[in-house]
Design a protein around this ligand. Structure first.
Ligand code: SAM
Ligand code: SF4
Length: 331
């Protein structure tokens, strides 16, 4: 039976950051020089992650997503996918990636039991893509997407963080790709987490709300109709352009919080359980794991996390999570 938190929300989803390292430096996520890496010995081993996932699955937390940093830069990531795919009770195993290395790994990931991928893509213009990601090649991501499609890591969801003055002039172009491609594209509002808070109190000026994006799309491409996406029960609301193959979603953490239907907890690469993305409260799992805690003890700690989930984030009250960057939490 799925466990309910103090506000009656069923908690069924665990996002696991498998590394804080990344092969890109997206402007809203990390500073150009990167951030100090967590020492290797502090990062959870695959066996430790597996113990947490076993415990989670026994609590009917059956949906697991691997993220990072960039999950595909962690050595032997396919091995972890294979280990987790075999855990009884895990019935949805997915990954969020920047896609740069995906063409290399897609087929072995699928063969190991990964079901689908979300890919981050903030621009369709190669020069701009390189500048936002500080060095990434758009071509690599597009090849990664195609490789994922060919091996059935679907439905592929594409995540686009929209930032005023950076890529907001591309929302119509991006949306129009859903006409013929079957893309499930999600526009994400910029959050003031880690380097996303690089603008200090000015960050709100850079946020482009879902409502504004929607108006721009509808005024050029037609009225959006509500749509359903077959896998995942994430925070996005989905729509479709008239006659389009793909869908458009909006993740409105800022303009309209979706905390009332939050179903997730997060595990950082160094083994801290975060009941809420936007609160710095954490429960240490690494210490207990290294003192020999098994599935039963980790289950107790996960339940503590479920019980301590806050009702909602309080960004509106100017509270900012300070302890970690988005790349350490996993988005
Ligand atoms: N490296 C992988 C990737 O980029 O997909 C996985 C980790 S990344 C931290 C996960 C997601 O968080 C990405 O879709 C990224 O665009 C998003 N993200 C990072 N910083 C953000 C911010 N400040 N506001 C909103 N989304 C952010
Ligand atoms: Fe790396 Fe993902 Fe952050 Fe970009 S958003 S710097 S790809 S972790």
């Amino acid at each position: 039976m799925t466990h309910l938190d103090a506000y009656n929300r069923p908690i069924s989803y665990l996002r696991i950051s498998v590394t804080d390292r990344c092969n890109l430096r997206c402007a809203y996520c990390m500073p150009p020089e990167g951030i100090p890496w967590v020492p290797h010995e502090d990062i959870l081993t695959y066996e430790e992650i597996e113990t947490v996932v076993r415990a989670a699955a026994e609590l009917d937390i059956s949906k697991v997503r691997l993220t990072g940093g960039e999950p595909l830069v962690r050595l032997d990531i396919v091995k972890l996918v294979r280990m987790l795919a075999r855990v009884p009770g895990v019935d949805d195993l997915a990954m969020t990636t920047n896609g740069i290395l995906l063409s290399r790994y897609a087929s072995s990931l699928a063969e190991a039991g990964l079901e689908r991928v979300n890919i981050s893509l903030d621009s369709l213009q190669p020069v701009r893509f390189r500048s936002i990601t500080r060095g990434g090649r758009l071509e690599d991501v597009l090849e990664g997407m195609e490789a994922a499609r060919q091996v059935g890591l679907e439905p592929i969801k594409i995540n686009t963080v929209v930032i005023r003055g950076m890529n907001d002039d591309e929302v119509v172009d991006l949306a129009s790709r859903t006409m013929e491609t079957g893309w499930n594209l999600r526009f994400i509002e910029l959050m003031p987490v880690g380097h996303g808070g690089w603008l200090g109190d000015e960050w709100t000026e850079k946020v482009v709300t879902a409502e504004e994006i929607r108006q721009r799309i509808e005024s050029t491409l037609g009225t959006l109709e509500p749509a359903k996406v077959s896998a995942g029960s994430g925070p996005a609301r989905y729509y479709r352009l008239p006659g389009a193959q793909g869908t458009l979603g909006f993740i409105t953490a800022i303009s309209e919080h979706f905390c009332y239907r939050c179903n997730r907890m997060r595990l950082t690469a160094d083994g801290q359980l975060r009941p809420c993305l936007l609160s710095d409260e954490e429960i240490d799992l690494r210490g207990p794991l290294r003192r020999g805690a098994g599935v039963a003890e980790i289950k107790e700690l996960l339940l503590k996390g479920v019980e301590s989930k806050p009702r909602q984030h309080d960004l509106a009250q100017s509270h900012r999570p300070k302890k970690r960057s988005m790349s350490q939490i996993g988005g």
